[in-house]
Write a protein that binds this ligand. Structure first.
Ligand SMILES: Nc1ncnc2c1ncn2[C@@H]1O[C@H](COP(=O)(O)OP(=O)(O)O)[C@@H](O)[C@H]1O
Ligand SMILES: [Mg+2]
Length: 1078
């Protein structure tokens, strides 16, 4: 959305008058009062036409913010309240858009705010002009040149803590788009006397203090300096510190700014070396030494400082020392050397210091120019900013003030010229008759000073060049002769009769009546300062320095370029540079800022009328206003004028259809403004008297009030009416809504009642039908029942005879079938487990099924046994066969048997194959071993037992020694006839051999073994399979065995528990061997 354009004017909310041209009546008092009134309301800017008066507020005001910049950007000059930005904007825009070079002339006395104003202008232009990296760098360099120049060219004075001690003119160059390209700085007349001497309460140039406070120890050592200010004669001590100024921090700022501007590190350092050399020069002191010819000659007191300076600058010490003691004057072919006395030596020293410093300053300006100069050769537009010392009137005014005031005189002249010219041009442009304007033209004063034949400066030069003794007095005399008749020149000796009695004029003074007031000049020092003499010996010494910068500062010291002509005097130099400046300014469109200092205390809020009055006078501001309103006080383009005042006349309010000019004509006629009070230009209306304007303004104010009430009235009426209409409309809406609501409600009620009635009727109807249907249904049912009964009776009657014969049998069969079916089904659910040893079997439910039940049990058992057996491998089958054999042989016959059932038959308990001890034994046997076990062989003689290995093979029974494995006896199975054993729980058994066989020679064997049952079974089976004969097994508690020739009875008795649980064997006699079984 476009920002709403608000047409404003300078005339809105004005405090006093924003433009002095409108002051009525115009005199010094009203002028000052207006300034004061505005100043008290923090309005520090006031216009005189397009000139800006700026009163130093001595405090920071919130009127320079970026928002303010935006506010003033691209607005017309008289649209907003007076501001320095308005002037800057006007200048910049007319430079950019109308291709007019501009200059901004800032004048005012020291401390009035000129330098600040110049910075404000520059920063405004920087803010509104183009952007971009390159442009920004240029801007930054231009802005950063300020701190560098201020460090070297500014000093604290009683009037201003940061007073510029040089004049500065800076051209900022722009391209066709208005982007900055670069700049050129010119400097005017640095106040170099300050280097060697400062008035009370003032300081030397900032850079000295900044260097000593801010430099690192290392840098100080390099420059052979000490931090203590009091060490240096050139630094006055009473005000070395300035409140609110941090020299050390400023030093860093300056170094940084130098870097940004483009100084190389070595350049910055050699600049500081020159500063150090100047400081140290001040410490060189001289003492008189009498010479033979009776004259005094100066000698350096302490050569240490001199030595250090020479080291610092690379000058031969003897050269510099000689330059401080002798002066060589060259004239034609002659060269005359004279010695210097102490005073001359000091003069020479100070002259050197001043020259060194001022040349360094000029060098700096040139160096900065080199950095900031525009790189391109395209045509440039230029905006010059002149910040030059204003008019100075001190108690003691000397050569400097004279020069400065001359410069101001020139500026005033160009001001008058340009203002009048502009005024005149405008009249011509606007086609208005030019009336003569009466004003004071100061050309006559300029002439008094600068006239080439009899001007004061020309005469001063003449005196300086004249051979013979020249003093300030001779100069004054000359002035008295030449200028005596000039209206603006006064002196005590003047022949002008008007001043003969003027005793207010002291001796050796002259007074000039400047445009801004009378100033009394002291002639003392004029000649010297104009000469600005530096002995050639010194410049030659400096030229010999190995320090490149210093050498370059003194080109005239080069003996090869010796120039016998005197260098131009300070006055003529200045005159020339002022002339160039004026020429330069004349080509540009001027913009003026006139700075005013409100008080001498650098304090905010204080407005010393006398002081301001003085400045207004010498700045010629009243003059300025008069010139401005000489013809017409106020002018305004037709459009804004009509816009502003159209409400004052019925024809133009609210809209004027025709051209603005005729609108204004109608308006002015209607208002009956006297015709001589205004004139119509081409584009502007010119109003002769401010009173007329104020009358218009008053009328406008009155009319605005009326219009406001009218607007109010109409607005209130409109508001009430709209409110009423709204109420009315609302009422209708509410009523409609309410009616609708009521109607709806009634309808719903009726509807629900109808529904209720309807439902009752429907219910009643339905019930009636239901009753009927039920009745019909019951009738139908009754008919069916009756029919069924009747039918039944018929059928029964028919079938009764068959039924009686078979019924009993059928029922019996059916019942039996059911019962059996039920039995099987139940059995199926009650089956015991598949384990063959499970004895469970469900109880029999019916007696008549007893045999079936038992048979089922048997079949089931057989079936599960088969199932069990089917799982067996062949090996397991063998084992079970063996076990079965054992059972058949010993079950219920031998008490030992039950304990053997659980033991698996292993056969080869002794692992002969694996035991290396029995290797021989193993090798001796070729057949398969069925039993290998250790048994106790009972000694036939005494019943004691020895361990033997018992081996059974397919065909033989072998006994071997347990330890050695040696075979003791071998019995073929065919020779075994019988095996005997007790019926008790013991492991004794006897092996009977066939009588007469080879093995039977020693008799039968009696053994005891833990595996009796197994051994007996295996022996039985093997014998059966080999010999096809059943081995006889005798189980009896008394049996006979054949021991050699004897038949011995083995008797088993129930032994006592004394011998533990092991059966014991004892040979009782020849016939009896007793075995006690526990
Ligand atoms: N517009 C301003 N706003 C605030 N302070 C200002 C303004 N102009 C000047 N001053 C104050 O006045 C002092 C002197 O101003 P300066 O521009 O150095 O004077 P001049 O250059 O005329 O000797 C500044 O240091 C600053 O404190
Ligand atoms: Mg200044």
């Amino acid at each position: 959305m476009a920002k709403m354009e608000v047409k404003t004017s300078l005339l809105d909310n004005m405090i006093g008058v924003g433009d002095m041209v409108l002051l009525e009546p115009l005199n010094e008092e009203t002028f000052i009062n207006n300034l004061k009134k505005r100043f008290d309301h923090s309005e520090i800017y006031t216009y005189i036409g397009s000139v800006v008066i700026s009163v130093n507020p001595y405090r920071s005001l919130p009127i320079y913010s970026p928002e303010k910049v935006e506010e003033y950007r691209n607005r017309n000059f008289y649209e907003l309240s007076p501001h320095i930005f308005a002037l800057s904007d006007e200048a910049y825009r007319s430079l950019r858009d109308q291709d007019k070079d501009q200059c901004i002339l800032i004048t005012g006395e020291s401390g009035a705010g000129k330098t600040e104003a110049s910075k404000l202008v520059m920063s405004y232009v920087a803010a509104v002009c183009g952007k971009g990296a390159e442009v920004n760098q240029v801007k930054e360099q231009l802005l950063q040149s300020n701190p560098v120049l201020e460090a070297f060219g500014n000093a604290k004075t009683v009037r201003n803590d940061n007073s510029s001690r040089f004049g500065k003119y800076m051209d900022i160059e722009f391209d066709f788009k208005g982007d900055p390209l670069g700049g050129v700085i010119s400097n005017y007349l640095l106040e170099k006397s300050r280097v060697v001497k400062q008035p009370r309460g003032e300081r030397n140039f900032h850079v000295f203090y900044q260097l000593l406070s801010g430099a690192s120890e290392e840098l100080l050592n390099k420059l052979k300096l000490e931090r203590d200010f009091s060490r240096y004669n050139y630094l006055s001590l009473d005000s070395a510190k300035v409140n609110g100024v941090d020299d050390a921090a400023n030093f860093r700022t300056v170094r940084n700014a130098m870097q940004i501007v483009g100084f190389m590190d070595h350049e910055a350092e050699s600049v500081l070396a020159v500063v150090a050399a100047v400081l140290k020069l001040g410490n060189i002191e001289f003492k008189p030494e009498s010479r033979v010819n009776g004259l005094d000659e100066s000698k350096i007191k302490d050569k240490n400082e001199l030595k250090e300076i020479c080291e610092l600058t690379g000058i031969d010490q003897s050269v510099l020392e000689r330059a401080f003691s002798f002066r060589t004057v060259e004239a034609k072919q002659e060269k005359v050397s004279t010695t210097l006395n102490v005073a001359q030596a000091y003069y020479a020293r100070d002259a050197l210091a001043k020259n060194l410093y001022s040349r360094l300053f000029s060098w700096l300006v040139n160096r900065i120019n080199e950095s900031i100069k525009a790189q391109t050769k395209v045509r440039k537009k230029v905006m010059g900013v002149l910040d030059i010392y204003g008019f100075e009137i001190f108690e003691d005014n000397s050569f400097e003030q004279f020069i400065i005031n001359y410069c101001n005189e020139k500026l005033q002249q160009i001001f008058i010229e340009l203002t009048l010219k502009e005024e005149q041009e405008e009249y011509i442009r606007e086609d208005i008759e030019w009336t003569h304007i009466d004003y004071f033209n100061n050309a006559i004063i300029c002439d008094l000073i600068e006239n080439n034949t009899n001007g004061i400066l020309a005469m001063l030069d003449e005196e300086c060049l004249r051979p013979g003794t020249v003093t300030d007095e001779t100069f004054l005399e000359k002035l008295n002769q030449v200028c005596a008749t000039h209206q603006h020149f006064e002196s005590r000796m003047s022949k002008c009769s008007r001043f003969l009695n003027d005793t207010s004029l002291p001796h050796s003074c002259f007074r000039i009546q400047h445009y801004a007031g009378k100033v009394l000049y002291q002639v003392e020092g004029f000649v010297d300062k104009n000469n600005d003499l530096l002995y050639r010996d010194l410049s030659q010494a400096m030229w010999k320095a190995s320090h490149a910068l210093i050498k370059s500062l003194f080109p005239e010291g080069n003996p090869a370029k010796i120039n016998l002509k005197r260098p131009p005097t300070a006055g003529s130099q200045f005159k020339a540079s002022v002339a160039t400046l004026m020429k330069n300014l004349q080509t540009k469109n001027p913009n003026y800022i006139r700075c005013i200092k409100p008080n001498d205390k650098k304090a905010a809020h204080i407005f010393t009328e006398a002081l301001v009055c003085h400045q207004i006078r010498y700045l010629g501001l009243l003059e300025n206003v008069r010139v401005r309103r000489a013809g017409y006080a106020f002018r305004q383009a037709y459009e804004p004028c009509l816009e502003r005042y159209k409400m004052l006349c019925k024809q133009t309010w609210p809209h004027w259809k025709g051209p603005a000019r005729s609108g204004v004509e109608v308006l002015f006629n209607e208002l009956e403004i006297p015709v001589e009070e205004y004139s119509f230009g081409r584009s502007k209306i010119f109003i002769r008297n401010p009173r007329t304007l104020f009358k218009l303004e008053d009328l406008r104010k009155q009319r605005l009030e009326d219009l406001a009430s009218l607007i109010q009235k109409i607005y209130r009426g409109w508001k009430c009416r709209t409110h009423f209409l709204l109420m009315k409309k609302s009422q209708i809406v509410i009523a409609a809504w309410y009616r609708r609501y009521a109607q709806q409600k009634r309808y719903q009620q009726t509807k629900s009642s109808a529904l209720v009635i309807q439902s009752y009727i429907r219910g009643w109807k339905a019930r009636k039908i239901l009753r009927e249907l039920k009745h019909q249904k019951r009738c139908k049912e009754a008919v069916t029942t009756i029919a069924a009964y009747w039918h039944g009776t018929q059928v029964r009657r028919e079938y009764r005879k068959f039924f009686r014969a078979n019924a009993g049998k059928k029922i019996y069969e059916f019942t039996l079938q059911r019962i059996v079916q039920k039995y099987f089904l139940e059995m199926k659910n009650k089956m015991p487990s598949l384990s063959p040893i499970d004895k469970n079997w469900p109880s029999r439910p019916y007696l008549f099924l007893d045999s079936t039940h038992k048979e089922l049990k048997r079949i089931f058992h057989l079936w599960r046994c088969k199932k069990y057996r089917d799982q067996f491998t062949d090996q397991q089958k063998l084992i079970y066969e063996e076990k079965l054999e054992a059972s058949e042989l010993f079950k219920d016959k031998k008490a030992l048997y039950p304990s053997s059932v659980g033991q698996p038959f292993q056969g080869a308990y002794l692992e002969i194959n694996k035991n290396p001890k029995y290797k021989k034994l193993k090798d001796a046997i070729e057949e398969k071993i069925i039993i290998a076990e250790v048994v106790n062989k009972i000694n036939r003689a005494n019943g004691k037992s020895t361990s033997r290995i018992f081996l059974l093979t397919n065909n033989n029974l072998l006994l071997a020694d347990q330890k050695s494995g040696q075979i003791k006896s071998e019995v073929p199975l065919v020779d075994v006839t019988k095996v005997s054993m007790s019926s008790q729980n013991d492991g004794f058994f006897a092996v009977h051999l066939k009588e007469g066989s080879e093995a039977a020679s020693k008799g039968d064997f009696l053994f005891s073994s833990d595996h009796l049952i197994e051994m007996a079974t295996k022996l039985y089976r093997t014998t059966l399979s080999q010999t096809k004969q059943k081995l006889n097994i005798e189980i009896s508690d008394e049996f006979l065995v054949q021991f050699r020739q004897d038949k011995v009875c083995v008797k088993f008795i129930q032994g006592n528990q004394k011998n533990g649980s092991v059966p014991t064997c004892k040979r009782k006699n020849n016939r009896l061997l007793e075995v006690a079984v526990p």
